[in-house]
Design a protein around this ligand. Structure first.
Ligand SMILES: Cc1cc2nc3c(=O)[nH]c(=O)nc-3n(C[C@H](O)[C@H](O)[C@H](O)COP(=O)(O)OP(=O)(O)OC[C@H]3O[C@@H](n4cnc5c(N)ncnc54)[C@H](O)[C@@H]3O)c2cc1C
Length: 507
């Protein structure tokens, strides 16, 4: 047993014997490496599955009294959702999984951490409502994405980032107090993130959430959007070979290829000025090819035969109009804009893949396929600014990436970044995704050097493409470009977390 018997008993008294374990094989299963970062994982001292916010608060107090750290987790899809240092327990929130209220009139939903995208999204869509469902796939926690971590997705162009959708929040602070923010404070319900006094939404979510660093969110309300596109969709087959169709004359998907990222930016801005399109995204060509194929062999064949040089910068446009007349009007604008910005329609059979996988514009159940190559992968940058700024950042990738692609340190896909416009092109985010060979003994080191090369390029150009997150040395480095916000973030952390012990993350 890793925890002292007395502490284990105290924790077991809160959650019940059935929902705590320190058995070696259970702990080992909860330190499994995710394939994205070269961090050596430790086992947690114990894993707990609380059933309510009150139980979470009790666990946090016991941890504090006994000098233990804790990490909240739901599906554990990223490294930060695991214990990385000794003296840490994993608080798995998957049992707290109810949709508490779905208010169609005022358009919000109140959820607990264990609610997954696959649970919430279909419920909303059949009611003509939607929200920005992160492209992590169906098993991701909606609450984690909206309140505590990232949440970027394919459909932000006609909508926005998840942080704009966060309303009332219930959070267990690092001291174990249950805090209710926004309109909840005055007993006015969940509908608003603000209330008399200072708003805490920026502290809880900011750009990408605080990953449990300021507390554990146990409930939150999410603002809902009206759904553009058919409420009904047709599915065929069984995952991962399933197909998802929108049988609607109001829905169309077009994909255009570009040679220059600045032309892509011009196209995005021109479409945004006319406010046409439901989804517009300059997508990664590497994951796109992985999703389109069913085996590693098929991937390599397609990649070399037609994608690597033929579809280097795909701009995916989904029209979801309210009438056929509106769709035809939007189509005219789309084709005019593409003509003016040098966008060339890609071969029909590639475009057809999107028509048969309209799930791409919802919750992307095919996304697991991107892990099929069996290598290591990592998404970096993940920051946002204007469309122009993101295109400049994309242009500058060529300043450092060839040293890595041409020496075989990472997979040779130099244009593998996505630019997702938001709010009809009023701003945008960028994500650069790279893969490398998991069996390469220098793979982890190469990956770190690649991250550093990307960061140095951003610092040299003063690019806002890696919004500081958390409290590690990367946040310290990038904070300089964001009005020294890392200093304020550290002060906030110290004010909210008297138990804070700075830790150096080894990358
Ligand atoms: C193939 C793949 C694709 C991905 N694509 C995307 C994407 O497109 N967009 C995106 O945003 N992310 C993406 N991710 C990253 C990430 O996995 C998800 O954003 C997030 O993990 C989804 O929720 P989860 O249940 O997996 O959270 P977890 O992985 O369990 O947790 C995520 C983080 O949030 C913290 N956390 C969890 N619950 C709470 C809580 N209640 N209170 C406070 N902190 C909490 C955890 O400690 C951890 O730091 C992707 C990951 C993978 C593996």
């Amino acid at each position: 047993m890793s925890l002292p018997e007395k502490v284990y008993r105290e924790l077991a008294a809160v959650v019940g014997e059935k929902y705590i374990s320190d058995k070696e094989f259970i702990l080992a299963g909860n330190r499994a490496k995710t394939p994205d970062t070269p961090i050596p994982y430790r086992s947690p001292e114990a894993i707990l599955l609380p059933g309510s916010a009150e139980e979470v608060a009790e666990i946090v107090k016991i941890c504090n009294r006994n000098g233990l750290d804790f990490v909240p987790s739901v599906s554990g899809a990223i490294a930060l959702a695991y214990c990385m240092k000794p003296g840490c327990v994993l608080i798995d929130l998957k049992r707290i999984d109810r949709i508490l209220e779905l208010n169609e009139e005022d358009r919000y939903v109140v959820i607990e951490p264990g609610v997954r995208h696959v649970q919430l999204y279909p419920e909303l869509r059949k009611r003509g409502l939607t929200y920005p469902a992160a492209a992590v796939g169906p098993g991701g926690s909606v609450l984690a994405n909206i309140s505590s971590f990232g949440g970027d997705n394919h459909t932000m162009y006609g909508s926005s980032r998840p942080n704009r959708h966060l309303l009332g929040v219930e959070i267990v602070t690092r001291e174990g107090e249950i805090l209710r923010t926004g309109s909840l404070q005055t007993g006015a319900g969940w509908f608003c993130s603000e209330s008399p006094g200072p708003s805490l939404r920026g502290l809880i979510k900011g750009w990408a959430g605080n990953h449990g660093d300021l507390g554990i969110v146990t409930k939150c309300a999410i603002a809902l959007d009206p759904c553009k596109g058919p409420a009904e969709y047709r599915t065929e087959g069984v995952s991962p070979h399933n197909r998802v169709y929108f049988d609607s004359d109001c829905s169309r998907v077009y994909v255009f290829n570009f040679e220059r990222i600045q032309d892509v930016g011009d196209a995005i801005r021109a479409l945004g000025e006319c406010e046409v399109g439901s989804t517009v995204i300059k997508y990664f060509y590497l994951p796109m090819t992985l999703m389109m194929t069913d085996s590693a062999n098929a991937f390599f064949e397609k990649w070399h035969a037609e994608i690597k040089d033929g579809v280097r910068m795909p701009l995916v446009v989904h029209l979801a109009a309210r009438s056929v007349r509106e769709r035809e009007y939007e189509e005219k604008i789309v084709f005019d804009v593409m003509e003016e910005t040098n966008g060339k329609r890609i071969p029909r059979h590639i475009e057809k893949w999107f028509e048969e996988n309209m799930d791409f514009f919802m919750i992307v159940s095919r996304l697991q396929s991107v892990l099929r190559l069996g290598g290591q992968w990592n998404p970096i940058k993940l920051g946002g600014d204007s469309v122009q700024h993101m295109c400049d950042v994309g242009d500058a990738v060529s300043e450092f990436i060839y040293d890595f692609t041409e020496t075989g340190k990472i997979f040779d896909a130099p244009n593998d970044y996505q630019v997702i416009p938001m709010e009809y092109g009023h701003f945008a985010m960028i994500e650069l995704l790279y893969m490398w060979d998991r069996l390469d003994p220098n793979g982890g080191r190469n990956s770190m050097e690649f991250m550093m090369a990307s960061q140095e390029t951003d610092l040299r150009h003063h690019y806002h493409s890696s919004t500081p997150q958390g409290f590690d040395q990367r946040a310290e480095a990038m904070g300089r470009l964001y009005s020294d916000c890392h200093i304020w973030m550290r002060r906030i952390k110290e004010a909210f977390d008297p138990y804070y012990k700075p830790m150096q993350i080894p990358f």
